[in-house]
Design a protein around this ligand. Structure first.
Ligand SMILES: *[C@@H]1O[C@H](CO)[C@@H](O)[C@H](O)[C@H]1NC(C)=O
Ligand SMILES: *[C@@H]1O[C@H](CO)[C@@H](O)[C@H](O)[C@H]1NC(C)=O
Length: 250
């Protein structure tokens, strides 16, 4: 047997193995969370993770934290492993491509911690993705957890791209009621901003509610996040791009 035929033999064996019927082509859940996050807020662009926030410790009253999960598979499972949260607290899982309220079907998810007016206790949540591979649906995101901040979008000074979905949750980890001001808008116009738009969502009771949608050069009135959390959301369609928008909050 010469080396060439050996290589062919090995290749054939491999081919037979891969061609054999697969009992389940879907990707199973990871056996253990691959990433551990312990901060108030964070990004989890992974197939599994645990959020251990102040587990065994206390959480200050009125605290807000937002975590963003971008799952690489189409099924996501969330489980609360341990929790000292109270009835007046909430840990909300929101699919993060908004319709009127933030409820459309999407692969990416926001987890929002809303602590009531009394101090609370920490928790541990685990997340596992499984099933068929999917590509990310959010093209850009940043979580704002400081008391004040600002953003120029896009940050490179050029035009935004087609088919963007950009998500900017604002949830200062030191409780407050920041006011969001849009200071510049240059977004493709449409009579109801149906092509490209910037939207502001304000946390109210149990959900992020859309309180503004705008485009063209329209600067909307400022929005106060009375409950300490909100989202600035940008989306573009398949054609016409412009230079975007700026916002600040304090
Ligand atoms: C959005 O939320 C408001 C307030 O809860 C509700 O009245 C409205 O029906 C919701 N809209 C959609 C499209 O779910
Ligand atoms: C915008 O935020 C940056 C930090 O990200 C800060 O250095 C800068 O002073 C802020 N600008 C304004 C106008 O607030």
């Amino acid at each position: 047997m010469n080396p060439t035929s050996r290589i062919i033999l090995v290749t054939c064996l491999f081919a037979v193995v891969t061609a054999a019927p697969q009992p389940n082509q879907e990707r199973p859940e990871d056996p253990e969370p691959g990433l551990s996050v312990t901060t108030c807020g964070g990004n989890m662009d992974v197939s599994s993770a645990s959020i251990e926030f102040q587990l065994g410790g206390s959480i200050r009253a009125d605290m807000r934290c937002v975590w963003i999960v971008q799952a690489p598979y189409n099924v996501q499972r969330f489980t609360l492993v341990s929790s000292g949260l109270k009835e007046t607290d909430g840990l909300y899982i929101t699919q993060s491509t908004p319709g009127q309220n933030v409820t459309l079907n999407t692969r990416s998810v926001m987890i929002t911690l809303i602590v009531g007016h009394e101090p609370s206790l920490g928790f541990k949540m685990e997340y596992y993705a499984s099933g068929s591979p999917v590509s990310p649906d959010i093209t850009s995101h940043a979580i704002f957890s400081t008391a004040k901040g600002n953003l120029t979008y896009p940050s490179n000074g050029g035009n935004y791209r087609n088919d963007e979905i950009a998500l900017f949750p604002i949830a200062p980890s030191v409780p407050g009621q920041p006011t969001v001001r849009i200071t510049r808008v240059d977004v493709e116009s449409g009579s109801s901003c149906q092509f490209d738009s910037v939207r502001i969502y304000n946390w109210f009771e149990d959900d992020y509610l859309q309180v503004a949608i705008f485009c063209a050069y329209t600067i909307p009135t400022s929005v106060t996040l009375q409950d300490g959390a909100g989202v600035v959301f940008f989306s573009s369609d398949f054609s016409v791009t412009r230079t975007g928008f700026d916002f600040e909050y304090e």
